[in-house]
Ligand binder design. Structure first.
Ligand code: ACO
Length: 382
């Protein structure tokens, strides 16, 4: 059944207002609280951008230090969270580990609160909860990768910033500034993107007056899918299938003949290129040079030019971030959890915005099922 009023996938539907970010596909721009994301990625540490998204303004040095101080107690892997991850099979997907870990953190925080409605609390409480998740996620994601390699967790170092600590806790080596800079940019680019599928999921859950952690758990579930965050992982699987640049044309011929989606290309909002790609591509280029891997740049460029020439569909952020994370040394399965650690900022900013101006999100549907019918032999009692 088709009906002109049905907007399948909510495509083109404006459902609410937001002051957090502005995506403009016409000018190919993305603003966080008014600032172009490219300027933020080039000048700010990731946690200053988190402050901006939560509070509306960039922090002063003192405000950033205070936020770091507030996050300090949550940077270590909590024993309950470690135990919950350790209880999962080693081959469970890291997105399942992260979803479980956030759920455990939420249960610990909300324990003893009888009424879920009260658990939404004030904006200040939820800002603290947002910071808690943001501070805890590097240890959780890093531990997930280390656990799969049979390694013990590594603790946060006071002398390193957020991005550098993420790398330190994952690899146990002092990260090079080139790598820290590329990774920091990726965290900023991934931090927020208006009403994408996972953020909208978080807002739907919040609209029922559920708690912040439940909304983040739901958002993680939405991000896992390969049409959304799971694409950065899927890009690396594609690179693995293709092997090297000389195989791109036959691989693409076959993939398109089989009507496969080419992961890392296309976007619901941007139809002429994703505003974040040039910045992330520059970060990837710096990593290609640092690790001396021109083969990756060749494969990247050849697949992009062949696919764009055939379909006119451009790369999205997951296309350069997948190989960038691979070069840094993250397991492919860890890519989408990295997206979680960055996007938790945007999710929680939207959760607080939804709480501040709530209306239950409950759309309608057009029924096209069976005509009314009845159970044989049933007679109404009255
Ligand atoms: N590979 C092949 N064909 C594609 C691709 C792709 N990556 N993207 C779109 N198309 C084609 C579709 O098959 C469709 O063709 P048709 O009209 O002949 O049926 C047409 O382009 C329109 O595509 P839709 O899927 O309807 O576009 P939509 O706006 O709904 O989807 C989406 C956007 C889901 C991102 C899509 O481009 C896609 O599946 N891309 C691959 C997954 C991906 O990279 N996701 C990451 C998104 S960005 C992010 O999360 C950071």
């Amino acid at each position: 059944m088709t009906d002109p009023d049905i907007k399948k996938g909510l495509a083109g539907v404006v459902v609410d207002v937001t002051a957090i970010s502005k995506v403009n596909p016409e000018t190919n721009s993305l603003l966080y609280r008014g600032y172009p994301v490219q300027e933020l990625a080039a000048t700010q540490p990731a946690d200053a951008v988190a402050y901006l998204l939560w509070n509306g303004e960039l922090p002063t040095a003192a405000q950033l230090e205070a936020q770091r101080e507030d996050g300090r107690p949550w940077r270590a892997l909590a024993p309950e969270v470690k135990a919950a991850i350790d209880a999962l099979p080693l081959d469970s997907h890291p997105m399942d580990e992260v979803r479980t870990a956030v759920s455990v953190i939420g249960a610990l925080d909300l324990a003893g609160i009888d009424n879920v409605l009260d658990a939404t609390g004030t904006v200040d409480e939820n800002r603290a909860r947002s910071l808690h998740l943001y501070a805890a996620l590097p240890a959780i994601v890093a531990y997930g990768q280390r656990r799969r390699h049979g390694l013990e967790p590594i603790e946060w170092r006071e002398d390193l910033d957020y991005a550098a600590n993420f790398l330190w806790m994952t690899f146990g080596e002092e990260p090079d500034p080139v790598v820290v800079d590329a990774f920091n940019r990726s965290l900023i680019l991934y931090a927020e993107h208006s009403f994408n599928a996972s953020t909208f999921t978080a807002r739907v859950i919040t609209s029922t007056l559920s708690d912040l952690y439940s909304a983040v758990v739901g958002a993680i579930g939405a991000l896992k899918g390969p049409l959304h965050g799971g694409a950065n992982e899927a890009v690396m699987h594609i690179f693995g299938e293709i092997g090297d640049a000389s195989n791109v044309v036959p691989w693409l011929d076959q993939a398109l003949a089989e009507k496969r989606k080419i992961m890392g290309f296309g976007h619901r909002v941007y139809k002429r290129g994703d505003s974040r790609v040039p910045t992330m591509k520059a970060a990837l280029d710096s990593l290609v040079e640092f690790y001396d891997r021109p083969d990756i740049a060749d494969l990247y460029g050849t697949l992009e030019s062949e696919f764009v020439a055939r379909k006119g569909i451009y790369p999205n952020l997951d296309y350069p971030s997948g190989p960038a994370y691979n070069l840094i040394g993250f397991d492919t399965l860890t890519f989408t959890p990295l997206f979680v650690a960055a996007r938790v900022v945007g999710w929680t900013a939207h959760i607080m915005e939804q709480m501040a101006s709530n209306a239950l999100i409950r759309p309608l549907s057009l029924y096209d099922g069976h005509d009314e019918r009845h159970i044989e032999g049933y007679t109404a009692d009255t």
